[in-house]
Design a protein around this ligand. Sequence first.
Ligand SMILES: NC(=O)c1ccc[n+]([C@@H]2O[C@H](COP(=O)([O-])OP(=O)(O)OC[C@H]3O[C@@H](n4cnc5c(N)ncnc54)[C@H](O)[C@@H]3O)[C@@H](O)[C@H]2O)c1
Ligand SMILES: [Zn+2]
Length: 375
Amino acid sequence: MEQIVIETKTKQYPLFLGEGIIESLPDILRQLSFSKGTKLLIITDKTLEQLYLSKLRALLANDYDVYTYVIPSGEEAKSFEQYYACQTAALQYGLDRKSLILAFGGGVVGDLAGFVAATYMRGIPYIQIPTTLLAHDSAVGGKVAINHPLGKNMIGAFYQPEAVVYDIAFLRSLPEKELRSGFAEVIKHALIRDRDFYQWLRQEIRELADLKGERLQYCIKKGIEVKASVVREDEKETGVRAHLNFGHTLGHVLENELGYGAMTHGDAVALGMLFAIFVSERVYNISLDYDRFSSWFRTYGFPVSIPKQLNINRLLEKMKGDKKARAGTVRMVLLKDIGMAEIKPLDDETLLALLRKFQREEGENDPRNSRCHYC
Ligand SMILES: NC(=O)c1ccc[n+]([C@@H]2O[C@H](COP(=O)([O-])OP(=O)(O)OC[C@H]3O[C@@H](n4cnc5c(N)ncnc54)[C@H](O)[C@@H]3O)[C@@H](O)[C@H]2O)c1
Ligand SMILES: [Zn+2]
């Protein structure tokens, strides 16, 4: 079992990583001083309930008072309704400030359960037990949130867990499109901060099927190290943490325009990263070997062009409405080189022209764009 220490200004906590390590959860809870009889509330989703919940409960039932609350699977569960229902369950089960919430699932469960923990009785401890590849990103750093109909992740907090217990054996049941989605964030971490890791990825992960065993664990470890180093420098997103938004300015807008769930988060981010590379080459007048990126992304099955029917003016308007835009100017994360990210404000005219060019040129090169796969 590997252990990585996640450090922020407000807290330090361990992340345990390995295959089959869930068996050690009772020991880990003891190490963290959760004594016998502590009330635990496992928040999980329907898919994980069916696959693993009875096993997880059985592991803990001898020592702890275990309760569960199951949300529906998928992004829609990051809602006020589910948030409220979790709080109701916590109150009915009599959780107090010494109780512990276990967020057992992907980013949706992690974000929701973390926000429940952040606000229940002004904050109680919680532990992240991630089960998706994407959650290597969401389970580290303490950003927790729910969605509002007017915007994703609009209601939330910065609230760090007591620990993260990442058993990669859970990832074996992950559908391919979810694996690809999480892999986009792994690539993101390499591109913004770690050139060597990027080269390793190109060499070692030839196809999604390579994401297993030691290689998968290495991807997760390196991704977490980048995320942790950024969060250590800037917990509350006043500076470099914004680099983690690489690929997300356009990515979030695509998800929103197509309707959540139509395109996975990672697919949208991958396309957003390609656009950011396209923009970087033109803004800095450098070559990042865009064509190689585009064909590399294609080998995993990421989308590589903006669906034809999407209106560029609308995309721009939404990009300006992003939480990270300031005074209506879009601030994109660009690459000065592989491993070197920078924030760049871009005026409307420049961005509109680049979006048009990207949609036109890449659309022509993308054989899949004869019809839209997401609508
Ligand atoms: N807090 C952060 O810093 C941060 C960072 C990135 C993303 N996020 C958030 O994360 C969310 C996306 O997370 P996600 O991609 O993990 O989505 P998710 O939690 O919805 O999981 C994706 C799907 O896979 C299923 N699943 C999960 N684990 C499984 C397993 N082991 N086997 C089989 N199926 C499994 C789920 O039921 C779900 O249907 C978004 O809401 C995003 O905003 C947060
Ligand atoms: Zn993301």
